[in-house]
Write a protein that binds this ligand. Structure first.
Ligand SMILES: NC(=O)c1ccc[n+]([C@@H]2O[C@H](COP(=O)([O-])OP(=O)(O)OC[C@H]3O[C@@H](n4cnc5c(N)ncnc54)[C@H](OP(=O)(O)O)[C@@H]3O)[C@@H](O)[C@H]2O)c1
Length: 345
């Protein structure tokens, strides 16, 4: 191990957000926790910023939307969070590719229930899940990227792994985008604002659906048309779409089937509750989803797209790590524009 600041791995203390029970944002406490010990294959990162994602509040609350048999059994206290940007401060003996002092970002150990532990001053990560952060943006911007942009990328461009898909028996396959018409629902949110940009980059015409407050943002990100869902029901006015990427998803995602061409595809980013399989088969539409997975190689590729200006990162709001509770309260209000990020002093 190189340049390790503490000789008693796991015994020195850091500040972290921990919870000792499932529940509302009040269960989040800023307190001391052991600095995580470094395992083979890992780097330890001094965290500068942490991106906030829906799985953070799902886990905080015990994944109540899942059937009881799927709800995670965790050992309290747990530390939420997956997405970080920071500086490498230790590298395991067997680990190559990173050095102390590198500025990096990562989506840490996802999917896992409570093993990522990113709401903290230090986090350990398998080196294969780490990449040098984009140089053109700061740690706040970089921490906003991993889960949302990897999700958009793995749905639209490259799945990036051969693990079985927990959400369907067949492999998710991205579809060609050049010259196609893509409808993006939830276009101003964390995943949605990246989906809009990737679709434009790949040559698609983009119809963005969001609340009216998102119009300027998503048009600036490249959307060709905008539908304010608070005034107009998208499926009443659009048809012959090639691909719908529904970043809201859930039980209502099937309403988009009738907007699609025969041969088109519906990608619900949040697939639980979809019940239109027979209708999709009758209409000749592919419905497919995947679960985002950590991938350092893809993050390195995405850093290049951020640095060359192809992809912009939008920040909704920032909160100090100590105020993670307030960040979760902000998230619960909805209408997120881009990403919520925690900052670490
Ligand atoms: N499959 C995976 O591996 C994976 C990975 C990441 C995320 N997800 C899931 O994807 C979903 C989106 O995640 P996210 O991080 O993008 O969330 P987010 O940042 O909260 O974005 C959701 C967006 O949807 C918009 N919205 C809400 N209701 C809407 C409606 N009825 N019609 C159209 N837009 C609506 C919201 O703003 P406005 O209401 O102002 O438009 C918001 O911008 C979550 O359910 C998350 O769990 C899945």
């Amino acid at each position: 191990m190189k340049n390790t600041p503490n000789k008693n791995d796991g015994k020195l203390l850091m500040k972290a957000i921990r919870q000792h029970e499932f529940g509302s944002p009040e269960v989040l406490h800023y307190e001391e926790a052991p600095i995580p010990g470094l395992e083979q294959g890992e780097v330890r990162i001094r965290v500068h910023a942490i991106g906030v994602n829906p799985p953070d509040w799902y886990l905080r609350d015990g994944y109540k939307m899942l059937p009881p048999e799927w709800q995670p059994a965790v050992s309290f206290p747990i530390i939420l969070g997956t997405d970080i940007s920071g500086v490498v401060e230790a590298v395991a003996d067997d680990t190559k590719g990173f050095s102390v002092g590198d500025e990096v970002y990562s989506m840490v150990r996802f999917p896992s229930y409570g093993e990522s532990k990113a709401y903290a001053e230090y986090v350990t990560v398998p080196a294969s899940q780490v990449a040098l952060k984009p140089v053109s943006i700061d740690h706040v911007g970089a921490a906003a990227v991993p889960m949302s942009l990897l999700t958009a990328w793995q749905f639209m461009i490259e799945v990036g792994h051969d693990e079985p898909n927990p959400l369907q028996p067949y492999k998710h396959e991205p579809v060609p985008l050049d010259g196609k018409t893509v409808l993006v629902n939830g276009a101003g949110g964390g995943v949605g604002h990246f989906v809009v940009q990737l679709a434009k980059w790949k040559g698609a015409r983009v119809i963005a659906v969001a609340s009216g407050k998102q119009e300027t943002l998503v048009r600036n990100l490249g959307a060709d048309e905008f539908i304010d869902y608070t005034r107009i029901t998208a499926e009443d006015v659009v048809h012959d779409i090639d691909l719908v990427i529904d970043s809201v998803g859930g039980p209502t995602t099937g309403r988009f089937l009738r907007t699609l061409k025969r041969g088109g595809a519906l990608f619900p980013i949040f697939p639980l509750g979809f019940s239109g399989t027979e209708e999709a088969e009758r209409l000749g539409i592919t419905v497919s989803e995947t679960q985002v997975r950590s991938n350092g190689r893809q993050l390195a590729e995405l850093a290049r797209l951020i640095d060359d200006g192809t992809i912009r990162v939008v920040i909704d709001s920032t909160f100090p790590l100590a105020d993670a509770r307030k960040a979760h309260e902000r998230a619960a209000l909805g209408h997120i524009q881009g990403k919520i990020v925690l900052t670490v002093a």
